[in-house]
Design a protein around this ligand. Structure first.
Ligand SMILES: [Cu+2]
Length: 245
């Protein structure tokens, strides 16, 4: 655990770390007095498709952790007709600067042989902490294409894994070679303006400098949708997305 933290600290203290293209970017210099908020909802039209129940009978130690059968999370439509697990981010329009990632690690847990959360947003260079809360062996497989992919086992009670992604990539799957039903998605953003829709289907991007932006919503099954908006100084702008029929 000490080694990756030291590596992270060393990188963070560098004044001009190269980005993935090898070009030094100036640090972000946001005027906090002018920032605003972008928010909206991801709607789902039509009838929600029924999700299959996951058959965990091949592994009783996974199965017995679920009092009710676990359903696939490919499409989760909320009670208010919004879509959960949509990654929303500013795709374009921000200045080409280097943003500082949160010092706090983003967490990906394995619990009941299910990845939690199902969709995770993380910033370039931010720590990803991977936990195994199960009494079984998992094999975490990051199927990234821009960032180097990796596939590593994580036995029960093993030390937490710490990983980083150094390039933007929205989204890629994380699977488990032991349990074929296990699947999550990670979106790596070059800046801190991203969110994942939850139980109310809304998203909020705070502290955004004024500007004209392309906002993109990405869903694992239904794909990408984009819209453009302008955020005025101290303003708030809204954009809704709609999936389904
Ligand atoms: Cu697994």
């Amino acid at each position: 655990m000490a080694a990756p933290l030291l590596l992270f600290a060393a990188c963070g203290s560098s004044t001009h770390p190269p980005n993935d293209a090898g070009i030094s970017l100036p640090p972000a210099n946001v005027d906090e007095a002018t920032v605003g908020t972008i928010s909206g909802r991801v709607l789902f039209k039509g009838e929600a498709p029924a999700m299959p129940e996951i058959d965990m009978s091949s592994n009783p130690q996974c199965e017995r952790q679920h009092p009710a059968p676990q359903k696939a999370e490919t499409v989760v439509v909320n009670a208010n007709k919004t879509l959960r697990n949509v990654f929303v981010w500013i795709k374009d329009g921000l200045p080409h600067v280097r943003w500082t990632p949160s010092a706090e690690a983003a967490k990906l847990d394995q619990k009941g042989c299910v990845y939690e959360p199902h969709v995770l947003g993380i910033m370039e260079g931010q720590q990803l902490e991977i936990l195994n809360d199960d009494p079984v062996n998992h094999n975490v497989h990051a199927e990234s294409q821009v960032n180097p992919a990796w596939n590593e086992s994580q036995p029960p009670r093993a030390e937490h894994k710490f990983k980083r992604f150094d390039s933007a990539e929205v989204l890629f799957p994380v699977t488990c070679s032991v349990h074929p039903w296990m699947r999550s998605y990670i979106g790596v953003s070059p800046h801190p303006f991203f969110a994942v829709t939850g139980e109310d289907g809304s998203f909020t991007l705070k502290g955004v400098p004024p500007g004209t932006y392309t906002i993109e919503a990405v869903h694992e099954k239904y794909g990408r949708k984009q819209g453009k908006l302008t955020l005025t100084p101290n303003g708030s702008a809204t954009m809704d997305f709609a999936y389904g029929s």
